[in-house]
Design a protein around this ligand. Structure first.
Ligand SMILES: Cc1cc2nc3c(=O)[nH]c(=O)nc-3n(C[C@H](O)[C@H](O)[C@H](O)COP(=O)(O)OP(=O)(O)OC[C@H]3O[C@@H](n4cnc5c(N)ncnc54)[C@H](O)[C@@H]3O)c2cc1C
Ligand SMILES: NC(=O)c1ccc[n+]([C@@H]2O[C@H](COP(=O)([O-])OP(=O)(O)OC[C@H]3O[C@@H](n4cnc5c(N)ncnc54)[C@H](O)[C@@H]3O)[C@@H](O)[C@H]2O)c1
Length: 476
């Protein structure tokens, strides 16, 4: 029997973005319907952030077995049971899943429908047997792995982020297509867990980050044994008795053949537009995703798009940030605007790589000579010395008057260190504000304060300042 629901808000997709909108709307007592065609929790919980970070954590443990020598701890070969590593990954997912579950959301007052949503009009969606006529819609349908049109790829059993976390045995030789965050995180993790790994990147690996800092990560994974090749063309992929053979090269030549046991495609994302029937609702989209204005409204003003499907930065915290904005817009009718410069991102390699705002190159292009760059290497940080992790550095890119234009960090806990800067940028603080707080000793966080202090250090050499100090000494 078909049913018609008339909530204030209908959310499509129960991933990071959709769940946040639904929970917030329900907490204000607003009738909300949440539609999910797959697993509750979306990409992040099931096939993205959570399994990847759990795998990376296991890989870190394995790596520690061979890196204790400088501390007086003899290296050992770790006994890695990959099936148990896989069980750990799924145990972590299972531990978080209740938080994102249908039961929890129903208990919050959200009506959850487990079906595919399809627009049938400007204010109507059909999901299974249910028709939903809502005042506002939020499309949070996410993205999926993009599979490049490589000759023969479709005929081999290639892995993506949707299947790689199901492996119960460590790949003998994993060939990774794509050197973005997924490719590089997975390459290092699998290498540390015992796989031979080759990464084939068409252009430059980790291209969105500061190149000097990214190089620290890429040099590290190369030193750990990952065969990372940049600027290569994957010409074709074929099956052979032992697994797969990838042919790489440029031009018309026969190219080099690389044999592997598995191939992981990590070559970017495509928005989940198919099946939504966006035309019926008058929602414009292109290959990057649904077109939205600065307030995340689509070409149908009663319909918003958030998270990965909105075609901008694709991170869980972005989906959550978008969710907060549309809630303010829908519930409180407040004007909202996405502020991209306040959004940090982190690649969870070891060392980690973190960024907020402009890289040095981008800042120089935009602001020319007005840019000052302060670089503080971790070599001067006592905690980094104690932990023998001095390979990191923080680069602060400042504009006139100590305005923070961007910060790039590579090193241990870079992902946590960038949070201080995310607060500073979002609150409109200047570098002077970062000189005034007291960082606990000995912590990596001291590098942030150090960078801010270093920005003002030339002031101590100013003849007028020195003259003032001399004059004040006259008073005893
Ligand atoms: C391997 C990997 C690692 C990652 N690591 C990180 C990380 O460490 N940190 C980070 O911030 N980000 C990370 N990300 C990115 C992050 O996972 C995404 O940015 C985030 O999940 C996007 O959330 P979303 O709500 O937009 O979409 P999703 O989480 O993809 O949710 C969309 C949901 O909509 C559903 N859906 C789609 N179409 C329909 C329809 N027609 N009807 C009903 N339901 C539909 C889907 O089934 C899905 O559940 C990672 C991604 C990957 C792939
Ligand atoms: N730590 C994190 O927050 C994290 C981790 C993983 C993923 N993510 C999110 O997921 C998104 C997708 O990650 P991704 O790494 O798949 O995508 P990406 O777009 O960031 O990188 C894909 C890489 O693949 C390369 N490539 C594309 N086609 C190729 C081909 N045919 N041959 C060789 N190389 C090719 C591109 O040049 C690019 O460098 C990221 O942009 C990020 O937003 C975030």
């Amino acid at each position: 029997m078909s049913d018609t629901l008339t909530p204030d808000i209908c959310v499509i997709g129960a991933g990071s973005g959709g769940l946040t909108v639904a929970a917030a709307a329900a907490s204000f007592g607003v009738p909300v319907v949440l539609i999910e065609k797959g697993a509750m929790g979306g990409d992040c919980l099931n096939t993205g952030c959570v399994p990847s970070k759990a795998l990376i954590a296991a890989a870190k443990h394995a790596h520690a077995f061979s890196t204790g020598e400088p501390f007086g701890i003899a290296a050992q070969v770790p006994g890695i049971d990959f099936a148990k590593v896989n069980a750990h990954v799924h145990d972590v997912i299972a531990g978080i899943a209740p938080h994102d579950s249908e039961e929890r959301f129903e208990s919050l007052g959200v009506t959850v429908i487990r079906a595919e949503a399809r627009f049938t009009g400007r204010d109507t969606v059909v999901a299974g047997d249910t028709t939903i006529k809502a005042r506002r819609f939020v499309v949070a349908a996410g993205s999926s792995p993009a599979v490049p049109p490589i000759d023969g790829l479709a005929d081999v059993p290639y892995l993506t982020n949707e299947t790689v976390f199901d492996l119960k045995a460590c790949p003998e030789h994993m060939i990774v297509v794509g050197g973005g965050p997924i490719g590089i995180e997975m390459a290092q993790a699998h290498r540390r867990l015992g796989a031979r790994v080759t990464v084939l990147e068409a252009a430059k690996a980790l291209p969105k980050d500061d190149p000097e800092n990214a190089a620290v990560v890429l040099d590290t994974i190369r030193a750990e044994g990952v065969d990372l090749r940049e600027g290569v063309t994957v010409k074709s992929v074929a099956k052979n008795a032992a697994g797969i053979v990838v042919t790489v090269g440029t031009g018309e030549g026969t190219g080099e053949r690389i044999a592997g046991s598995h191939i992981l495609v990590a070559a970017g994302r495509r928005p989940n537009l198919a099946g939504l029937n966006l035309d019926a609702a008058g929602i414009a989209a292109d290959k990057k995703g649904i077109s939205v204005d600065a307030g995340l409204r689509t070409s149908n003003r009663r319909i918003y798009a958030i998270g990965d499907i909105a075609g901008g930065l694709q991170f869980t915290h972005v989906a959550g940030y978008h969710a907060g904005l549309v809630i303010r817009s829908i519930l409180f009718r407040l004007p909202v605007k996405v502020k991209t410069p306040i959004i940090p991102w982190v690649t969870y390699t070891d060392p980690e790589l973190a960024q907020i705002g402009l890289t040095e190159d981008a800042a120089r292009k935009e602001h020319g000579d007005a840019v000052t760059v302060i670089t503080v290497p971790f070599t001067g940080n006592d905690r980094a010395r104690a932990e023998r992790r001095t390979e990191g550095r923080i680069k602060v890119v400042a504009g006139k008057g100590g305005r923070i234009l961007g910060v790039s960090i590579v090193g241990v806990s870079a992902g946590d260190l960038i949070a201080t800067w995310a607060l500073a940028v979002s609150a409109g603080l200047k570098l002077r504000d970062l000189t005034g707080f007291v960082a606990p000793y000995p912590t990596f966080s001291e590098v942030s304060r150090r960078a801010a202090v270093d920005y003002y250090a030339p002031g101590a050499k100013n003849p007028w300042v020195q003259r003032l100090v001399r004059w004040l000494r006259v008073f005893g």
